[in-house]
Design a protein. Structure first.
Lengths: 371, 218
């Protein structure tokens, strides 16, 4: 215990704190940021000075591009925790290109992107937001006359690492939902084998993005990922396994309708279609908006927005299971199953009656002799 | 004259009953997991917790039982052998198929005389064993989600991105209904054979013996 306590008495060098103060970030905010990010990465607190140091040393060039997206991830990031998280990271990195926040526009902007890619080839971090439409020869999304397909391939191939923010860039997301009219794909599918880390979510949780960047700054490499390329620190557990309503789930207490007694008492939202049991994300521990809340805490079931195949596989949102393909939208698996079981029972019942009837009328004797 | 024949060896009977009990327990607890129809007043209760625990416990029992039966298909007697499940592969088997079919469709009054499985039932069991495997595989893939990187996740987790975890869940749920449909048919057929063949089919799955009239076996 003593040893532990000692090792957590960590201090960030005075001059680093002073430098940030000069930039307008209070030491309190800076320490808070370093600690929160270290915790999000599931690193021991002894790493806090390392994290602070990493933020000091490097200014990696970052290119942030957007294809088929709603800019929700940019929004989430720019409006991250307090002013500080976004600020600190924006101070730490050198944002060479970003559709949403850059001052330049038109050809100047595109030129800046091209120059940054050439100048920092193999060194820059690429952040991709949105899916890439391959249909119509890439014609559904072009930037400065260049298709998103070509643009993305080139940028990913020249990047040191690519971070896909949001479900669209990570798995195709909404644009790729059936019938996927633009043949939208994720970055992973467009450029297989590239060093990519996926941060799905609609939108990405800014804390996870910040932590991923800080991990890259601190260790010079992307964090450990699972089989879908998601960092384990953020997507290593199901929502259901960390949910604050879980005790109600285990007990057997479920809200049956929005606003009913169970719902107002904070019971589990399973029967209202919560997809927490099929969704890997750290929403319950990280939450959104300065850790204020997250969907299930606010009383709405998880809709599985960070899973592959969202939206198709996670709808209908207010039912537990998807509709059975080939049957009417309103038929649940249970209605069909019950119908099937009943039909079986009736069929065999009838078969049995005929058999008994045959025995009674003795019609089978002559048949039996033939056997 | 009827004579007593030992047909179902003890591993066949044992796995049969382990399967039967497991399917009943797994269907009841599984249905509750899918649609928790009991709501409890106090958080100190643990209804879903127990349902899931029992489901997973019987999941292991069921898996081991199905596995044992599959192994026994290579070790057991001629009635337990994997060969009987493919009657269409031999000409004798094909005769049995036609004969049984004519019996089921009321064309003939008696099914062909056989000691072990009737040919159509044997073919149906191949499908049912397929459903068992689907249920075990989807079940353990879903189960593995609680511990990414654990044994079940490492061995079956690759199914999740391919079929989607919701897809696996729906499959798992629908197969339950297919197995219930099968069970209804199975119990009925066993009764029918008992009545028609008067050979102790129903008792045979308890004791292993059937009454066979050698004259009926062509
Ligand atoms: C005869 C065999 C079985 C039947 C009839 C059955 C039935 C069911 C049903 C109906 C559900 C609810 C599905 C839903 O609506 O979401 C379920 C859930 C589940 N079953 Fe089975 N099951 C069987 C075997 C197994 C096996 C062998 C496993 C292996 C571990 C398993 C693991 C699970 C899991 C993990 C769930 C989801 C539970 C949760 O996440 O809360 N099942 N089962
Ligand atoms: S609210 Fe959703 S995530 Fe939370 S315990 Fe219930 S089903 Fe699981």
């Amino acid at each position: 215990m003593n040893v532990d306590q000692k090792s957590t008495q960590v201090s960030i060098p005075e001059e680093i704190l002073q430098k940030w103060e000069a930039k307008g970030v209070s030491r309190r905010d800076f320490i808070k940021f370093c600690t929160a990010t270290t915790a999000a990465l599931a690193l021991p607190l002894s790493f806090v000075p390392k994290v602070a140091q990493a933020l000091e040393d490097k200014r990696p060039p970052v290119i942030w591009v957007e294809y088929q997206s709603c800019s929700g991830d940019s929004e989430a990031f720019l409006r991250a925790n307090q002013p500080t998280a976004g600020d600190i990271i924006l101070e730490t990195i050198s944002l060479e290109y970003s559709d949403v926040v850059m001052a330049a526009s038109g050809h100047l902007a595109e030129e800046a992107k091209h120059n940054a890619m050439k100048k920092y080839a193999g060194k820059y971090v690429l952040i991709v937001e949105g899916s890439i439409p391959r249909g119509a020869g890439g014609g559904y999304c072009t930037i400065g006359g260049k298709s998103a397909v070509d643009d993305c391939k080139e940028l990913v191939k020249n990047a040191a690492a690519t971070i896909c923010v949001g479900t669209c860039a990570a798995f195709g997301g909404l644009p790729a939902a059936a019938p996927n009219p633009t043949d939208a794909v994720s970055v992973m599918d467009l450029v297989p084998g590239a060093p990519i880390v996926n941060l799905p979510g609609c939108p990405v949780n800014a804390t996870n993005l910040t932590a991923t960047i800080v991990h890259f700054l601190t260790f010079g490499k992307l964090p450990a990922v699972d089989r879908l390329g998601r960092p384990k620190f953020a997507y290593g557990k199901r929502i259901h396994d960390n949910c604050e309503r879980r005790s109600h789930f285990d007990a057997g207490q479920y809200a049956e309708a929005f606003g009913d007694a169970g719902h107002s008492q904070g019971w589990c939202l399973y029967k209202l279609g919560c997809k927490g049991p099929e969704t890997f994300h750290n929403c319950p521990t990280c939450r959104y908006n300065e850790g204020v809340s997250w969907p299930v805490m606010a009383g709405h079931g998880c809709i599985g927005c960070s899973e592959p195949g969202f939206w198709d596989t996670m709808s209908p949102f207010y039912r537990r299971l998807p509709n059975v393909p080939g049957f009417g939208v309103e038929d649940t698996a249970d209605q069909i199953g019950l119908g099937l079981a009943a039909a079986t029972a009736v069929a065999f019942g009838a078969h049995g009656v005929v058999n008994i009837g045959r025995s009674y009328f003795g019609k089978n004797d002559s048949d039996a002799d033939q056997e | 004259m009827h004579e007593l024949r030992y047909v179902w060896e003890w591993p066949v009977r044992l796995t049969h009953w382990f399967n039967a009990i497991s399917i009943v327990v797994l269907s009841v607890t599984g249905y509750y997991i899918g649609d928790p129809f009991v709501s409890v007043p106090a958080t100190s209760q643990y209804v879903m917790g127990w349902m899931r625990f029992i489901h997973f416990l019987f999941a292991y029992i069921f898996m081991l039982s199905v596995l044992s039966r599959l192994i026994w298909a290579f070790l057991g007697n001629e009635f337990a052998s994997w060969r009987v499940f493919f009657p269409w592969a031999t000409s004798k088997g094909r005769q049995y198929i036609v004969g049984t079919f004519l019996f089921y469709t009321f064309v003939k009054a008696k099914p062909p005389g056989v000691v072990g499985h009737n040919a159509l039932a044997a073919m149906a069991y191949v499908g049912v064993i397929g459903l068992y495997v689907v249920q075990i595989v989807t079940g353990f893939a879903l189960y593995g989600q609680y511990a990414p990187g654990g044994g079940w996740d490492s061995s079956l987790g690759w199914l999740l991105p391919i079929f989607g975890n919701q897809g696996l869940r729906l499959t798992h749920h629908v197969v339950m209904w297919l197995l219930i449909g099968f069970s209804i048919h199975h119990v009925y057929s066993a009764w029918l054979m008992e009545v028609k063949e008067k050979n102790g089919t129903l008792a045979s799955i308890f004791g292993g013996y059937k009454f066979i009239d050698p004259k009926e076996l062509q």
